[in-house]
Write a protein of this length. Sequence first.
Length: 143
Amino acid sequence: MSQISKMRHAIIRFYSELLDYLGIPVPEYDWETSVYGIVKEDIPKDCPEPLRKEVVLTSFVDANLYHDFTTGRAVTGILHLVNQTRIEWYTKRQLTVETATYGSEFMAARTATEKIMDLRITLHYLGVPMYGSPTCLRTIKLW
């Protein structure tokens, strides 16, 4: 008997309420004068039209410097939320040894950004509309 047939009456719940980030101050930056110019998200042309309610993407990221005392490597932890539903949890030992918190946090932020790009493109192909253009990326203490 397969594991799925044992869970015949189970359900997966998604929270459909949008998160309210109005109380969180968002620093204003003049990105138009940066070296990147005016940047817009590159949405593939073959994506279906977005349907239903919009969702808010939130990601939390942290790096734990010298988590592994034997190798001196840090560990990256990333949590992705769609509205209030946890979609993905990622934790992995970093490939490089960093001697400062800046390096390990930078590597964690880079990994989180790549995963956010992948999640956003997947949601575009599934026809899920996203509220606002940026994903809210927060650095928190996961450990």
